[in-house]
Design a protein. Structure first.
Length: 267
């Protein structure tokens, strides 16, 4: 099996060789990662399986609003980046009312879905199952709350009205990153400690087991906008919609009672 380091753009014959090379270049890789403004969908995707809209309805959505899930923690992406709880808390407070929701990370006016004044940013502690995915782990979700009447883009509105299966992608810049390595070799002692701290919370442990290395992103900044996309680097980023409520048919007795109350002016 060939092990590829995306960070070094290099293939290795063994996992151990890859880990050692990344470890030796750790400082340079971290500096490079911090220097980039990422559009997360450009990183490629690891699939989290099928989205189940029914289970996602356990998260409340205000009537007439949509809640795009822009990012979720505890999911190892294709670049071996694991966003952990709290990474967007500071930025969400600072950038609330300053971030737009767009199509495909476009800067064109025609591709704005909602302007910053209509985008409310929130951080929610929940579970992957509540978001519609079959993982046991908990997660922290970066979510936008947007009134449907504020949506400016016809294409996005059609997607939303039909509740088509799209995802979301955050534009971000990393602030705090550390390396985690699953190895008891003495030289990796600090990295192994980091691994043991964050591995239990991961949803997709199989991928982590395969690679035995990951980057822990503990703080990041939201930059300018985040977008609706067909496929993001983190696939656990659906749009949550208002729960459909079945209104039962009134009986004749209820209709008569309601009419009588209305005549008497009773609520």
């Amino acid at each position: 099996m060939v092990y590829k380091s995306i960070d070094l753009n290099e293939d290795f014959d063994t996992k151990e060789e890859m880990i050692k090379a990344v470890f030796e270049k750790k400082a340079d890789i971290i500096a490079f990662k911090k220097s980039i403004v990422y559009k997360s969908f450009e990183k490629g995707q690891l699939s989290a399986g099928l989205f189940n809209q029914a289970t996602s309805k356990s998260i409340s959505v205000k009537n007439g609003f949509i809640r795009p899930v822009i990012n979720t923690t505890n999911f190892l992406d294709s670049h071996l980046d694991n966003h952990v709880k709290g990474l967007f808390v500071k930025s969400a407070k600072e950038q609330n009312g300053k971030i737009r929701y767009s199509l495909d990370h476009s800067t064109k006016i025609a591709d704005v879905i909602a302007y910053p004044k209509d985008v409310q940013i929130s951080i929610i502690d929940t579970t992957f199952k509540n978001l519609g995915y079959d993982y046991e782990s908990s997660t922290q979700a970066l979510i936008f709350d947007i009134d449907k009447t504020a949506i400016e883009n016809d294409t996005a509105l059609k997607v939303i009205n039909k509740q088509l299966p799209v995802q979301n992608s955050v534009t971000m810049q990393y602030v705090q990153i550390s390396l985690a390595i699953n190895s008891e070799e003495e030289e990796y002692a600090e990295e192994f400690k980091t691994w043991k701290k964050h591995y239990p919370e991961l949803a997709n442990k199989e991928f982590a087991d395969e690679m035995s290395i990951m980057w822990i992103v503990s703080e990041a900044k939201i930059v300018n906008e985040s977008s609706m996309v067909t496929q993001g680097s983190n696939s656990i980023t659906p749009i949550l919609y208002t729960k459909d409520i079945e209104i039962p048919e009134l009986t004749e007795e209820q209709k008569t009672s309601n009419a009588y109350k209305a005549w008497l002016g009773i609520e």
